[in-house]
Design a protein around this ligand. Structure first.
Ligand code: FES
Length: 193
């Protein structure tokens, strides 16, 4: 029988049994874990969650968090506590591209609010929603460390800076025509961890 960890949600054991990293992702996970001393696998949790999010559709279901817990030999609740704390982890389904528009000081002064409104109008969604075609989810973020090139937004591992309406249109059109899911791990993961 499946355990109950996250509120009243029951786990679907069949669904959970289908959750498994492919060989390449598991090799990355094992490499991450090997960087920490035996018994300290929990230290690998953040980067392993990024791999899991990228591998399982851009978000972390309860079943995926359980799977990560089993690999790291920690309790499912420990995974949930971390995943629910950081805004980079999505706990519900998202579009293939998550747009994060910085709304902190420099970006706000340089028109971030108008950029958000422009995207909302273009995609016919509000902040926190996903476009009907499943391509984009719109979020706002606190300072993303690119204040000198405000206003800016992040999509997956890419920063898009000095935004104008035209630039936003062209960027989103390119992502849409490309059609791929974008992840924080799209950088060369082996070189960046
Ligand atoms: S204020 Fe937007 S990147 Fe820092």
């Amino acid at each position: 029988m499946g355990a109950q960890v996250h509120g009243t949600q029951s786990f679907d054991d069949k669904k959970r049994a289908e959750i498994k990293f492919n060989d390449a992702a598991m090799a990355t996970v094992q490499k991450i874990i090997s960087r920490y001393p035996e018994g300290k696998q929990k230290s690998a949790l953040l980067p392993v969650l990024h791999v899991a999010q990228a591998e399982f559709g851009g978000w972390l279901s309860a079943e995926v968090m359980d799977y990560v817990a089993s690999i790291l030999k920690i309790k499912p609740i420990e995974v949930f506590e971390v995943a629910s704390f950081y805004t980079m982890y999505n706990l519900k389904p998202v579009g293939k591209c998550v747009i994060e528009v910085c709304q902190t000081s420099s970006c706000w002064l340089c028109g971030a609010e108008d950029i958000v409104k422009h995207i909302e109008k273009k995609l016919n969604i509000k902040v926190g929603e996903t476009s009907r075609d499943g391509m984009f989810t719109l979020k706002v973020a606190e300072c993303l460390g690119s204040c000198g090139t405000a206003p800016m937004m992040q999509i997956g591992a890419s920063f898009h800076e000095n935004l104008t309406y035209d630039k936003v249109d062209s960027i989103l059109d390119k992502y849409k025509s490309d059609g791929r899911q974008r992840n924080y791990t799209d950088l060369d993961f082996n070189n960046t961890l």
